[in-house]
Design a protein around this ligand. Sequence first.
Ligand SMILES: Nc1nc2c(ncn2[C@@H]2O[C@H](COP(=O)(O)OP(=O)(O)OP(=O)(O)O)[C@@H](O)[C@H]2O)c(=O)[nH]1
Ligand SMILES: [Mg+2]
Length: 310
Amino acid sequence: MNLEYPVVHEGPPEVDITVVLPVFNEVGHLEEEIDRTRAALDASDYTYEIIAIDDGSTDGSTELLQEIEGIRVFSFLQNRGSGSSRKYGTLAARGRYVVWTDADMTYPNHEIPELVDQIEGYDQVVGARRTEEGTVKFLRKPAKWFIRKLASYLTGVKIPDLNSGLRAMRIEVARQFVHLLPKGFSCVTTITMAFLSNGYSVKYVPIDYAKRAGTSKFHWWADTRRYLMQVIRMVLSWNPLKFLMPPAGLLFLAGFGKVIYDIFDKDWRMGTNTIVILGAAFSLMLLGMVADLMVQLNKQRYNVIPATRR
Ligand SMILES: Nc1nc2c(ncn2[C@@H]2O[C@H](COP(=O)(O)OP(=O)(O)OP(=O)(O)O)[C@@H](O)[C@H]2O)c(=O)[nH]1
Ligand SMILES: [Mg+2]
C-alpha cells in the first residue's frame, strides 16, 4: 500500500517537476490519464513525481490509485474539494516546479514537459484553452467572459484564460499563496490573481482542450457564484480602491448633475434624492479609504523575487 501521512516538504527541491492531480470519482479514465502524463515525463529530460490527491471517492478511484505503482497517493477520507487538494499537493511537493492539472482527460497532460519548457523567465505558465468544452457551456461562457474582464481590469493585466486547470509554477512562489486558496474550483483563479496582483509574471501558451471523460463535479450556479465572489474578495483584499472608487465616482457625478438640475428646477433647493445620492457616494468613498488603509496596514510580505531571464 502506498498510502502515507503527508508532510510539508521543506528544504531544497529534489526533483524538477511535481504534478498535482486532484481526483474525485474518476475511475474510468484515471489510469489512462496517469499513464499518458508519466509517459510524456519519462520521455523528457525532467525528473518528476506525481501526487494524486483523492478525497472520499466512492467509485473505486481510491482502490485503483493504491494499485498504481510509482506515484504518491494521498487518500483523504473526508471530501474537501479540489482547491484543498491542490493546496496540500503543493505543500507536499518536492519539485522545483509544481504543475496543476485535472484527471478528466480534458487538458493535454502529455504536453506537460513542453509547458514547463516555457517557464524560463516567468513565475507561472498557464495553458490557455483555445476552445470552451466545459459543462453547461452556454451559461458558463458569458459568465466567464464577464468575470475574466473584471479580473483583467482589477489586476491591470490581459488574461486570456482565467480559470484554466493546467499551469506550471515556481514552487517557492506558489507556496506563498496556498493559504489563500478556497476549497473549491475557484482556486485556479485565485492563484492566477495572487501572482498578478503581487508582481509575479504569468505567461499564457495556447492549448487544446478536450471533452470531459466521466462526470463533471462543477455545479453551474453555486460554483459560478463562488467564482465571482472570489474575484471580488481578492480585489478587496489587495486593491479595494479599484473596486469601490468607480461606483463612488459615478454616484458623485450623478449627484452633481442632480444638484445642477435642482438649482434650475427647484430654485436652489436640493431634492431629497440628491442628498441620498451624494450621501451614498460619500459613504462608498469613505469605505474605500478605510478598506485601503486596512490593506496597507496588514500588507503581507511576499519575499520571493520574481523570475528573471538567465
Ligand atoms: N480531490 C478532489 N478532487 C476533485 C474534487 N472535485 C473535483 N475534483 C477533481 O478536480 C478536477 C476538475 O474537476 P471537474 O469536475 O472536471 O471540474 P471542471 O474541470 O471545473 O469542470 P468541467 O468543465 O465539467 O470539466 C478533476 O480531476 C476532478 O476529479 C474534490 O472534491 N476533491
Ligand atoms: Mg474538468
